[in-house]
Design a protein around this ligand. Sequence first.
Ligand code: AMP
Length: 316
Amino acid sequence: MSKKVLLSGVKPTGKVSIANYFGAMKQFVDLANEYESYIFIADYHALNFIQNKKEMQENITDILLDYLAIGLDPKNVTLFKQSDILEHTELAWIFDTITTVPYLERAHAYKDAMAKGKEVNVGTFNYPMLMAADILLYSPDVVPVGQDQKQHVEYARDTAQKFNRIFGETFKLPKEIIMKDRENIPGLDGRKMSKSYNNTIPLFAEYEEIKKCVMSIVTDSGEGIPKNVYAIHKLVRDEKELEKIYAEKTGKYKELKELLIEDLEKFIAPMREKRKEFAKDIPKALAILKAGGEKAKKVAEVKMEEVREKIGVKIY
Ligand code: AMP
C-alpha cells in the first residue's frame, strides 16, 4: 500500500526560532518515515517581506541548512524551493479567479496587517491562494503547521471544494496537523514568539546568545513560578521533572533561568554542530534542493495538466 502524503513549508524570512521548530518543523522530522513527505522553502511568500537580493539568497540557503540539520533526510523527504516550480503561481492565479474579495478579507493575517495600520500589498492579501496552490498541487493527506497557519489550511480546503464543485472532482481535501500544547509558544516578552516581535530564541543559537535570550525573559513577580521561563523550559525537559524543580526553587528566578540555559544548550548544541557540518559544503546542499525540485515538479506538472484540462484551456 502506498504511503499517505505530507506537505509543509517555512518562509525564509530570517533565523528559524525554537517556536518554529517545536510548533511545526519537529513534526516534519517525526513524521518523515510514516508519510511520503514534501517539505518546501516558501521563497515567493517571503518576497512579501524580503525585497533584497542578497538577503533572499542567504535566507534560502540558511533554511535549507536548517532543514538538513534538524534531520530531514533527502533520502525520504523531497526538499524543494517553491520558486522552482512555476505551477504554484499558475495555480494561485486560477484560484484567484474563483475566489471573492470578502472571503480573502476574512483572513487573519490580512486583518492583523490592516489592524496595524500597514499598507497591505497585494501579495499579502493573496497569500492564502498561493498557499492553497502550494498544498493542493501535491494532493497531501496532511499538512503539519503551527496554530497560526490553521486558517490557511482551511482556506486550501475550501478552495479545493469550490474548484471541485465548479470544474469536477480534482483536488483531495487536506487536513492540518497541529501539535497539542504547542499551539502558541511564547517568546521572551510573553507574547507569541515571532520574528516580527523580535522576541525569539534562535534554533541554532550559540551558547552566549542562548544565555542573553534567557536572561532577558520577562518574569512576572508574585506567583513564585516564572511562567514565561516555564513555558519555554517544558519544550526541552520532561514536565514531571520540571514541576518538581520549579516547586523546590520557588522564587529563585536566576537559578531557574540558569538551568534553562543549560537545558537549551544541551538540546541545541548537537543540531548546531550538524548545521556547521552541512554549511561546509553549500554546493552539495544546493544540489539536494535542485534535485528535490525536479522530483516535485513531476508531481506538480501532472496535477496542473489535469487542472488545465478541467478548466478548458488545454485544447491541444
Ligand atoms: P513561518 O516562519 O511563518 O513560515 O512559520 C513556520 C512554522 O512555525 C509555521 O507552521 C508556524 O505556524 C509555526 N510557528 C511560528 N511561530 C510559532 C509559535 N510562536 N508557536 C508555535 N508555532 C509557531
